[in-house]
Write a protein that binds this ligand. Sequence first.
Ligand code: PEP
Ligand code: CO
Length: 446
Amino acid sequence: MSTWTPDSWKQFTVSQQPVYPDPAELDLVLKELSDLPPLVTSWEVETLKDHLAACARGDMFLLQGGDCAESFNSCHPQPITSLLKIMLQMSLVLTHGTRRRVVRVGRIAGQYAKPRSADEEQRGDEVLPTYRGDLFNRSGFTRDDRTPDPSLLLRGYERAALTLNFIRGLIDGGFADLHHPEYWDLAFVDESPMKAEYKRLVANIQDSVEFMEHVLGASAEAMRRVEFFTSHEGLSLNYEQAQTQMVPRRSGYYNLSTHFPWIGMRTAQIDGAHVEYFRGIRNPIGVKVGPTMTNEILERLLDVLHPDNEPGRLTLIHRFGADNVREHLPRLIDVVKRSGKLVNWTVDAMHGNTETTADGIKTRRFENVLSEIQDSFAVHAEENSILGGVHFELTGENVTECLGGARQLSEQDLHRAYVSKCDPRLNYEQALEMAMLVAHELRDES
Ligand code: PEP
Ligand code: CO
């Protein structure tokens, strides 16, 4: 294999990148970006890698979730706080049900770039470049908006820094204090069909915390803080490279724009630039695998991305869809087994279950999301493998984007509060209910 450098990906075919009209301007921006401080540290990245190794062994459980695409305009305190709250609530439910520690990873502080199925979009007679996410261009349908603008890379870095700064402040300030899980309640918790079960659980936890402190003398400080990590699809290799660096007293390069970057399904070509870039960084990495992933390619990806079988290094995020998981998962589990390597398997139960209503609205059914998760647990158990986590597109807001759930959202409801500009997300209630149902699965499994 050729020598890896942070820019060796440039020698490979790179998909899903915009064409910048002025390369000199891009270079200036990238230089500036690479001189700015990192958003995360290598200590945090290594800690997460250890946790993901524990997920792979079945000792911890990964909860990864957030928006399909963040936008610069929605960098407000409210959605950030709500996402943190719902992730905390879900992790509480999962931990309580399973006695496994839950690792929380947001799709946040950098999830600004999206893969697209077409390079161009036509409206009437006009054909313009597609919108690829706020990191690349703007969503309005004018040539100006759609022309890739390198300064957006800087803007993305800054938005990510603002988001992360707020999250760190909340957590350090005691927002996630286990003595007060009621602080995490969202405004609409009282309306929720899940209210009774959730309140019971919170009361239970408060009892346990008191017990730990008063009877066992556990430190109160330990219960005031939680860990929260960030992730995003590492789509823009220019952006990822600019934040890739060596750190003192460690070997190798770290991508310090996020703890946990992943390779999307459309950029996981074995001989492509994304795989080349990802093979050289020290972060734990994810790879999305769908129905088109062949056994042979997965075998080669394991060689290239996971050569040393380093614990926690590789998470395979499978996303087959409720109808396909039983067909494809066993063969891929078999490939991993034959390689003799340990990976962290997780299920993204969103991206294989997208459909369009008769009104042309993109949605997902709660029952299909749940069914893919249930089948994933079952297949891993049958194959003597471990499902180490779940991956969702979700929000802590009261939106109506996915169908079903305890409140039985219907196609009519989708017109009421559909906010996502990209894929439909589980709303607050659907996400909490999903966590309760996943906790049941995990309990039954152990
Ligand atoms: C995503 O996670 O938003 C996404 C585009 O997923 P995938 O690469 O699995 O299609
Ligand atoms: Co999506």
